[in-house]
Ligand binder design. Structure first.
Ligand code: GYE
Length: 339
C-alpha cells in the first residue's frame, strides 16, 4: 500500500516565549523577558479553569495535564467541570470574573459563540484570559491567546488517510460520526474532511453523517443505524477515538470486519486508539495533543506580566499513525506516550 508519510510522529511543543519572540521577530528577546514587563511568577497565578466535562480519554488527559502541571509549578488552580453544559461554563466564567482572588481564567469551550459577555466582563475586571483546546468565534481582542489544534488540518489528514486506504476501492462511500454539535473540533474536522475528500472521489452519502457525542455508546448506535440503512459503506470517519471504537463494535455486530470490509479513521490517537490500531480494526488515527498545560500556563504568566506580543493562535504540532506501521512499531510508540 503506497502510503503518505507512514508516520510523522513526535509532538513538538513550541514554547510561547519562543513563539512570541519569533512573532515579534525579536530573536534577541528569546528567553529573556521583554523590557518593562512585570515580575510575577507562577506562585502569583490564581487560575479559574473551565473544562468542558469528562467526555473522552482525550479530555481526561487534558484535565490531568492542567492539574499535574499546576502542582508542579505551584499554581493555585480552581478547576471547574461544566459536565458538557454551555450554561454551566458561562455561569462559572461569571463567578470567576466576580472573584477578586482569580487573576487568570482558562476556557476549553463547548461551543464557539456563547462567551462574548463574560469575556467583556473579564476584560473590564482585568483578568488574563487564555482559550485552550477549542477555538471560539469571539473578537481576539477579548482574550490573550488561543492554544489548540488545527482541527481543519486534522480533517484534511483524515481524508488523505482514507484516500490511501480506499485507493483500490471502486466505490468510496464514507460514513461520518461527528463530534458534539457546536464544538469547533467537530465543525472544523468535518469542514477539513470535506475540503480534501474530493481529491480521490470520496463522498459522504446523505443520511450517513450524524453526531456520536464523542462517546462509544452513541456512536455504536449511530453506526448500527447506518448499516441498517445500507451496507454500501467502504469507510468511516470518526471525529475521535471513542466514536471510532463505537463504529468498530457496530461493524463487528453486523458480521463485517472493521479495518478490512470497512476502513476506519479516527482522531486523537489516545492509548485506546493505539490498542485498536495494533489489532488492526482502526486503520489510521490523526493525533490531537491534549498535553497543553505547560504552554497555556506560560502564556498566562506572560500575559499577567503585561506581555501583549503573543500570537492570537499557537497551533499544536501533531502527527498521524497507521495500523500499517505494524503492531511492534505502534507498541514501541505507545510505550513512550503519556495518554
Ligand atoms: O478530539 C475529543 C474531545 O476538543 C480536541 O474533544 C478536543 C476533542 C477531542 O472530547 O476526544
Amino acid at each position: 500500500m503506497a502510503t503518505r508519510s507512514i508516520a510523522r510522529t513526535g509532538m513538538a511543543l513550541v514554547t510561547v516565549a519562543a513563539m512570541a519572540a519569533l512573532w515579534t521577530g525579536n530573536v534577541a528577546a528569546q528567553g529573556s523577558p521583554a523590557p518593562s514587563l512585570g515580575t510575577k511568577t507562577y506562585a502569583d497565578m490564581h487560575v479559574g479553569f473551565i473544562q468542558t466535562g469528562s467526555e473522552s480519554g482525550w479530555r481526561a488527559a487534558n484535565t490531568a495535564s492542567f492539574k499535574e502541571t499546576a502542582t508542579q509549578l505551584g499554581i493555585d488552580l480552581h478547576f471547574y467541570d461544566a459536565q458538557g453544559k454551555v450554561e454551566n461554563q458561562v455561569s462559572a466564567f461569571h463567578n470567576f470574573n466576580q472573584d477578586p482572588s482569580i487573576n487568570v481564567i482558562i476556557l476549553a469551550a463547548l461551543d464557539t459563540t456563547s462567551y462574548d459577555d463574560v469575556l467583556k466582563e473579564a476584560q473590564a475586571a482585568g483578568k488574563t484570559v487564555v482559550i485552550e483546546d477549542r477555538r471560539i468565534d469571539a473578537d481576539p481582542s477579548l482574550y490573550l491567546t488561543y492554544i489548540g489544534s488545527d482541527f481543519v488540518n486534522e480533517g484534511h489528514e483524515a481524508a488523505a488517510a482514507m484516500c490511501t486506504l480506499l485507493q483500490d476501492s471502486t466505490s468510496k462511500n464514507v460514513a461520518e460520526i461527528s463530534g458534539a454539535v457546536g464544538a469547533s473540533a467537530a465543525t472544523d474536522r468535518a469542514k477539513g474532511f470535506r475540503e480534501a475528500m474530493g481529491d480521490c472521489g470520496i463522498t459522504i452519502p446523505d443520511g450517513l453523517s450524524q453526531t456520536g457525542n464523542w462517546g462509544v455508546p452513541d456512536s455504536k448506535a449511530v453506526m448500527a443505524a447506518f448499516l441498517q440503512k445500507t451496507k454500501d459503506i467502504q469507510g468511516v470517519f470518526a471525529h475521535n477515538d471513542e466514536e471510532a471504537i463505537g463504529a468498530i463494535q457496530a461493524i463487528q455486530d453486523a458480521g463485517l470486519v472493521p479495518g478490512k470490509d470497512i476502513k476506519v479513521v479516527g482522531v486523537d490517537a489516545t492509548a485506546d486508539g493505539f490498542k485498536y490500531m495494533i489489532d488492526g480494526t482502526l486503520n489510521a488515527d490523526i493525533e490531537c495533543n491534549p498535553l497543553l498545560a505547560p504552554q497555556v500556563y506560560e502564556a498566562a504568566l506572560a500575559g499577567l506580566n503585561g506581555d501583549t506580543t503573543l500570537p492570537k493562535w499557537v497551533p499544536s504540532q501533531e502527527g498521524q499513525f497507521f495500523a500499517a506501521q505494524g503492531a511492534d512499531a505502534l507498541q514501541g510508540i505507545l510505550a513512550t506516550r503519556k495518554y
